[in-house]
Design a protein around this ligand. Structure first.
Ligand code: NCD
Ligand code: ZN
Length: 350
């Protein structure tokens, strides 16, 4: 092959950690990781130590990102079920792309367990902007029912189990307004890898079985799963060491390896080159109504291998569960609105 030109990619699921947890990442380092990985538009999640559930907290993030990020950053608004008064602002804000609901335990303090609260949220988010859910298995059943009842646009984040693929396949068949995303780590790792990688392969949702993994690839290929989302969730190496109680911080970085893993999937004949663009650009752009970034593109050669971590990382966390693995198609040039921000594989914008 030779060098090709692709659009600036979109990742609708990243945790840039600022403010409040900048030992892990911040808008500068996180956006550099994005650009190194071929992304020019990323959407930040609301589970900061002080969750992004008010206008004031969101505006603080917008202002920090404008000062520090080297690519475009959008936001998902958060909810604990008790900030419904803030929804009007979030629905109207051009910086907000969706509402994130946590129905399972993970990093942050936004779990909604009470069913009435959950229903109130679905009822109150009267918007075309999607409701994004972290909802595994039984919780997924619940949110599919609420989103049907209130006719909401639902995006199911990082599905990881065969049963979830099946539920979404069924809901789509029935005409429900639902989309789904999968992470590269759930496509390329299984629960067997935890033995080798320990804390560095622990995240929410946890890695599944080989059967789950096959179901995810199948879901990608038959249109059940619409997008790849990295769930870039950096933690420091110290935080990832499993303590004597078996505890660790959940989450793995993904911005610098997602595209390379997807080109590996083309080499492995799992998906096509066109699919890469569909899952990392066309579909996320459409689902989250993201405006075109004019004169923005990435150049790379998808047949050229590179080794993860051989030149270090842009992400502040400085590690990857894929370290040492051969991937393909490292971005050689990234242009954002006519400005070259990465050239010869190196970020030149400061
Ligand atoms: C995420 C994090 O660390 O913020 N962790 C994870 O394991 N995925 C939170 C989340 O997306 O669930
Ligand atoms: Zn996440």
């Amino acid at each position: 092959m030779s060098r090709i030109k692709i659009p600036g990619l979109i990742d609708i699921h990243v945790h840039l950690r600022e403010p409040g947890a900048t030992q892990k990442e911040d808008f500068y380092t996180g956006s550099r990781a994005a650009v190194a990985g071929g992304f020019t538009f990323i959407i930040d999640m609301p589970n900061n130590p002080l969750p992004t559930i008010t206008q004031e907290r969101l505006e603080e993030k917008i202002s920090l990102s404008k000062q520090k990020a080297i690519c475009d950053v959008g936001f998902h608004f958060g909810t604990n079920g008790k900030n419904i008064d803030e929804f009007k602002y979030a629905i109207e804000s051009p910086n907000v792309f969706g509402l994130k609901i946590y129905c399972n335990h993970t990093t942050g303090e936004m779990l909604i367990e009470d069913e009435n609260l959950l229903e109130n949220v679905f009822s109150a988010w009267n918007s075309e902007k999607p409701i994004l859910v972290h909802a595994e298995d039984e919780q997924l059943k619940k949110v599919l029912a609420f989103s049907k009842k209130y006719n909401r646009q639902l995006h199911v984040c990082h599905i990881s189990q065969e049963s979830e693929v099946e539920m979404i396949r069924q809901a789509k068949k029935e005409g429900q307004k639902v989309t789904a995303g999968v992470t590269p780590h759930h496509l390329y790792l299984t629960n067997k890898d935890v033995k080798r990688l320990k804390g560095f392969a622990m995240m929410k949702p946890p890695l599944g079985t080989k059967d789950d993994q096959e179901a995810l690839w199948k879901g990608l290929n038959d249109g059940t799963i619409d997008i790849i989302e990295t769930d870039h969730a950096p933690h420091t190496k110290e935080e990832k060491i499993v303590d004597e109680n078996g505890k660790t911080a959940f989450g793995v970085p993904g911005l610098e390896t997602a595209l390379g893993l997807m080109y590996k999937a083309t080499v492995d004949r799992r998906i096509t080159n066109d699919d890469v663009i569909k899952f990392l650009y066309t579909n996320p752009k459409k689902i989250f109504s993201i405006k075109e970034q004019e004169d923005t593109y990435v150049e790379l050669d998808p047949s050229v291998p590179f080794i993860v971590g051989e030149n270090g990382y842009e992400s502040k966390c400085g590690w990857s569960p894929f370290e040492g693995i051969t991937l393909y198609g490292k971005p050689q040039k990234v242009v954002l609105r006519g400005e070259i921000i990465l050239e010869n594989g190196v970020i030149i914008k400061s």
